[in-house]
Design a protein around this ligand. Structure first.
Ligand SMILES: [Zn+2]
Length: 233
């Protein structure tokens, strides 16, 4: 199954909709994992709708704005990022309305998270959650880990969590490896034209003369020539 538009919802993180607080705050963890996941999906060529509202006047308003962002933008799939709280619990689970695409995708993503060492608590059926019930597209809610569990929070790494979810997304939606290449990481050459200085080139690319000279083994920063190919990053 292929998609082009993915709705990602960073759970809570707005007034009237605060997350759980354990050893770490759920808001903070959701934000860290969610923003990294959004970056990865965008770099892979997906259009990502960030459904997290910037303000809300009630809990209902917060949840409804998330659903509306996904529905109004005709997203193909909806993923909400959360962290669990329950004294004594640990591990990862994905909640969804069972029996369709949501469950299929959940079953592909969850083992990727479990590979990081989190206990696989399974894909769980939930028919009562607002964002799952009211989104027009298939929707899942990932409880990445327990924010009050020492087992889960010890050495918790939002980057590897985001990467695991992203891998699951790539597998579920058949994103191939060439689409996964981050264009920002490709070598980027600039060809010198008349009037250029290393200083003007550095400014244009948001880098420094020092970085450019060391990348290109340029010993004298004042000497560059027209047509010279300069590696920017
Ligand atoms: Zn939550």
């Amino acid at each position: 199954m292929k998609i082009s538009k993915l709705a990602i919802d960073i759970g809570h993180n707005v007034q009237f909709d605060g997350g759980a607080v354990g050893i770490r705050s759920e808001n903070e963890l959701n934000y860290e994992v969610g923003t990294k996941l959004i970056e990865k999906c965008r770099a892979a060529g997906l259009t990502v709708i960030n459904c997290t509202p910037s303000r809300a006047i009630s809990l209902y308003d917060s949840l409804n704005k998330r659903v509306e962002a996904a529905n109004n933008n005709n997203a193909d799939f909806f993923i909400s990022i959360h962290h669990n709280l329950c004294t004594g619990g640990h591990g990862s689970e994905i909640l969804c309305i069972p029996g369709g695409r949501a469950e299929e995708v959940a079953k592909i993503i969850l083992p990727e998270i479990a590979k990081l060492g989190f206990t696989n608590r399974g894909v769980k059926s939930r028919n009562d959650l607002f964002v799952l019930k009211n989104t027009n597209m298939s929707a899942i809610l990932i409880e990445c880990a327990f924010c009050d569990s020492p087992i889960d929070m010890n050495n918790y790494n939002p980057e590897s969590m985001a990467e695991a979810i992203f891998k699951g997304i790539c597998n579920a939606f058949e994103l191939n490896s060439s689409e996964r290449n981050n264009p920002a990481e490709q070598p980027n050459y600039y060809t010198v034209v008349r009037g250029d200085t290393l200083c003007s080139i550095a400014k244009r690319y948001g880098t420094t003369v020092q970085k450019i000279t060391s990348l290109n083994n340029i010993s004298n920063a004042d000497i560059i020539y027209i047509g010279q190919k300069i590696l920017i990053k």
